[in-house]
Design a protein. Structure first.
Length: 79
């Protein structure tokens, strides 16, 4: 397993897991419960790990994390 992302932002973490799952990279979130074990310290980062053979696809999928959002067209409902 290789680390492809480290963050303490829960929204970024969850979105990254969704992106990696859709890409078929089989993500595993390490250290998920470390903050609660250490008294709720939000500074402790969680790591996303993927199998070594999925590293390239995972890094490509994670590029979408920082991509600018596409605006909704007039006929799209945001909800």
């Amino acid at each position: 397993m290789i680390e492809v992302l480290r963050t303490n932002n829960p929204v970024r973490l969850d979105y990254a897991v969704v992106l990696l799952t859709r890409a078929g990279c089989h993500p595993f979130v390490a250290d998920r419960f470390m903050a609660s074990a250490e008294g709720g310290i939000p500074a402790l980062e969680r790591r996303i790990m993927v199998p070594d053979e999925h590293e390239k696809a995972a890094r490509e999928a994670l590029k979408q994390l920082d991509a600018p959002a596409e605006p909704l067209s007039d006929d799209e409902d945001p909800a």
